[in-house]
Write a protein that binds this ligand. Structure first.
Ligand code: 2BA
Length: 110
């Protein structure tokens, strides 16, 4: 069994969760935030049999899109009277960042 951690953009979460459920996959959604942009994103935990990993990766690929964002770089240290005109930097935020981990044991306790 594998545990798939998928960090995705919030805008894609509903579609992906719907597609996962429609294909019989269980998942847990955690609201998270990226360490670089500090913006809200979503982390999905998806526990699946080994054979299902390619199918789940395919669903992620079909439902998650790369988008461009602009971020303002950090303010430099300035002397009094100096002006700073921020120049936004373009950042490509990926469709998904996916980690596939081996699961040693999984139990659902009733
Ligand atoms: P963030 O950390 O907010 O990063 C958003 C996007 O900013 C990244 O998109 C990347 O294009 C850019 N970026 C990140 N760190 C950078 C840096 N040091 N210098 C320049 N640009 C940088 P993605 O790579 O598609 O990542 C999207 C989100 O996936 C990340 O949001 C983070 O929440 C997660 N992520 C990415 N790599 C990860 C990793 N190795 N471990 C854990 N989470 C990761």
């Amino acid at each position: 069994m594998k545990l798939i951690f998928a960090v995705i953009q919030g805008k894609d979460a509903d579609n992906l969760v719907t597609a996962l459920r429609a294909n019989g996959y269980r998942c847990t959604q955690i609201n998270s935030a990226g360490g670089f942009l500090r913006e809200t994103n979503v982390t999905l935990l998806i526990g699946v049999d080994d054979a299902a990993v390619p199918d789940v990766l395919n669903l992620i690929e079909q439902n998650c899109y790369t988008r461009t964002q602009y971020v303002n770089p950090l303010l430099p240290i300035m002397e009094p009277g100096e002006f700073y005109v921020p120049n936004p930097v373009e950042v490509q935020v990926g469709g998904a960042t996916v980690f596939v981990l081996n699961v040693v044991r999984c139990e659902r306790i009733a």
